[in-house]
Write a protein that binds this ligand. Structure first.
Ligand SMILES: [Zn+2]
Length: 363
């Protein structure tokens, strides 16, 4: 009997070892991609690992991705390992393969951050960097409050005053959009989309071309945490409702599939998300991308943790007691302790993977 909570890990290193072992035991072929840009907090080398199952020329491929937002990889990695250890690969139909992408953002996972080694939010980085970036006027208005000089009760109260006055004028969801919708003007801010394609961006595109070039139908499930009710997995389809893959995703996953652009999601509208790489790199395949967003704590608690972590890496001391406090809070906000949340994560992931496989099979 597999212990589901034991599939989840407390550190990136533990997760990586568990993933590679589970993938090997399940008969997967493993490839490792070294991130040359930054080591982990203990000086360790950081890798994105992939495990491939099924025939190399499989028409249909299920793709599970963890750690787009670094620290959220505790969740996605656990779900991937649960799929491997509960016999997931054995349930794949003959013409169907699986590509499990573990720790697409290994830096963020290892350092307990949402962002990558460039302080970039990967899910805002997949825009066309040769074109003008989307503007986020709201962020310009609050940027100073996002990154105060010091982290004190006074600075926190001042930030709260600025946020409250923004929310009074524009509404609470508009404040969430201003903060989290993505911005390209403040490299030291939060939800920064970057000024070029990151290592993870370039690497996942190469992986898509090399591993999925022969696939006809590709189902991508990207694991996230931090928005929504505790333990609930919201299925989000972040492509515009007018795009070809949206009605297909609706048919596969049902009417509860939400759309940021359609106004039905807990997520702000964002552009340049990671899963956009798949239809771009696989123009001849039918790609159906969704994200599972697991709820943890309230939006102010989650965004507060993200701001504290951003302040710590730009203006704080990583070896201080405050740093340990901020990192512990960051981890809890994106990966709640205890078995219940992890069991909820897996049951929803299991159900969603089942729907994806039915969808791929045209059933
Ligand atoms: Zn996320």
């Amino acid at each position: 009997m597999v212990s589901i909570p034991a599939c989840f890990s407390e550190t990136y290193a533990e997760a990586r070892a568990k993933f590679c072992r589970a993938a090997a035991e399940a008969g997967g072929s493993i490839r490792s991609w070294f991130n040359p840009n930054a080591p982990g907090p203990d000086g360790e080398r950081l890798y994105l690992d992939t495990a491939r199952f099924g025939p190399a020329d499989a028409e249909n491929v299920l793709v599970l991705i963890s750690s787009t937002h670094g620290v959220e990889g505790h969740c996605g990695s656990g779900a991937q390992i649960a799929w491997l250890t509960t016999g997931g690969p054995g349930t794949l139909p003959k013409d169907t393969g699986a590509l499990i992408v573990h720790a697409i953002n290994p830096y963020g996972f290892a350092w307990t951050r949402r962002v990558n080694e460039d302080n970039v939010d990967l899910n805002r980085n997949f825009v066309d960097h040769d074109k003008a970036y989307p503007r986020n006027e709201g962020y310009l208005a609050i940027a100073e409050a996002v990154l105060p000089q010091d982290w004190s009760d006074e600075s926190k109260a001042e930030t709260q005053r600025m946020f409250d006055s923004y929310a009074q004028k524009h509404g609470a969801f508009a404040l969430q959009g201003a903060i989290s919708g993505g911005q390209y003007t403040h490299p030291d801010g939060i939800f920064f989309g970057g000024a070029k394609a990151t290592w993870s961006n370039r690497t996942i595109r190469q992986i898509a071309r090399e591993e999925l070039g022969r696939a006809r139908r590709v189902a991508v499930i990207d694991f996230h945490t931090g928005l929504g009710p505790f333990g609930h997995g919201e299925l989000i389809c972040a492509v515009p409702p007018s795009s070809k893959s949206f009605p297909r995703a609706r048919a596969w996953y049902g009417d509860e599939l939400t759309s940021p652009e359609g106004g039905t999601s807990t997520s702000a509208i964002v552009v340049g998300i990671m899963t956009d790489a798949f239809p771009q790199e696989l123009p001849d395949a039918e790609v159906t991308p969704v994200a599972i967003e697991y709820g943890t704590y309230s939006v102010p608690e989650v965004l507060g943790a993200v701001r504290a972590d951003n302040w710590l890496h730009h203006r704080g001391d990583l070896n201080s007691a405050l740093a340990r406090e901020i990192k512990a809070d960051m981890k809890e906000r994106f990966f709640p302790a205890g078995d219940k949340w992890r069991e909820m994560v897996w049951s929803r992931a299991d159900q969603t993977i089942g729907w994806a496989l039915k969808g791929l099979a045209g059933r």
